[in-house]
Design a protein around this ligand. Sequence first.
Ligand code: SF4
Length: 456
Amino acid sequence: MWKRRLELTKLKEKETLLFSKKGNMKTRAALLYPDSYYSGISYLGFQQVYRYLNEEGIADTDRYFWENEDDMITMDGFMNLSDFPILLFSLPYASYMDGAVKLLKKASITLNKNARRMNPVIVAGGPGLWLNPYPLGNVIDLFVFGDIENKLEPFFDDPIGFIKKIDSGELKIPGLLTRLPEKREHLLKEITYTSIDSPPPHSAILTEESFFANMFLVELGKGCVNNCSFCTVPRIYHQRIFRKVSDIIKAIDYGSKYTKRIGLISSMVLEHPGIQEILEHCKSRDLEVSTSSLSVMGINEPLAKLLNETGNKSITLALESLCEKARIKAGKPFTDEQFLAKLEMVLNSGIKKIKIYLILGLPGDKEDAEKQDKLWSDMLKLAKSRGGRFHFSVNPLIPMPFTPMEKLRMMNKNEIKKTYKAFKTRFSGADIRFESVNDAIRGHRLAFSREDLLEN
Ligand code: SF4
């Protein structure tokens, strides 16, 4: 008990809390993340829910990160999970559904919702379950699809009564379900969001123990202007939202009181109509900016220059495939020549480190091997002449539900390993990070599965 308390205390001492908790809240809840502190605190969705519930005085919310420890106590109050009447799961990935069940089992909380009889009430939300929540159908009392804001607040006044009303159909709120529809297509319309006029989600806590060490994250928008055939973003975020420039700047100014490091989060950073103004504002305040991965075709000279001037030492580009045909077919409509021209633009701006996302296994990506080798050798020549460096982040294709590629067969473990090995040999000397094979396989299984995790 003391060992875990000490670990959590040390982590808390490194945190800067960017909001004040309202006093005298009558309902207590624990927000659960079925993975490490490092991973959970790096996830803006988790931070947003934690801040929203506490700052608005909706529920006195503690945090729990699962690090496989025996002593399962919460981060803020060092309490056992069984001491909370409400447990809220934040699930960014489908593969976390497994972890959620293991965590509950280990905490000796009754899994079966009928047997548990809402003691405690268990709520779950997050993009990890919006496309296939079925494996948790018999565990979770209330599913939240989309944002919790303007949706879940009345639940905290009378959690059990609220769930009974939703369950009986007396109360209907889009995005809140106690029973899952037989046809999965009905899930999509449940994913609803706050309006464009809502302030952009932003960091609630700064810490060096995060992937974004001491960086203030601001969401620029949701959804994507593109429609790549392997990607779930356009299916999950069917309402495309660009946050207002004035609200984004207000959030940045607030965050910059605590840190000079600002992270702009979105699938369409460069497509935001106000991106130039936002970057210029950061530059005028001498802030260091980092961004989510950037679309290749969104880059132009003024933006590349601004990204460099705002301290972007490295950027991430989503190339997806070295094979031009496979890339274009998957929805990334740019040729090798266009990619090389954009790369040159970035390197000329002064940014020298470029991370490149690749997916192995896209239909047709084994074709045109010579052309692919030529692209790679042209990239190397460019990097050499401009003092640049590449780092590859490589994933296997995971055909996901509701995407045009959902019916494709997922590679098995051995096939992924072989594909990784062949890639490593072919591009020997390149700096490459491969996605975990087990995570990819588990993510795919849980994205489609109708298995009942109660049975495992
Ligand atoms: S892969 Fe990127 S660009 Fe394509 S739809 Fe998804 S988020 Fe948009």
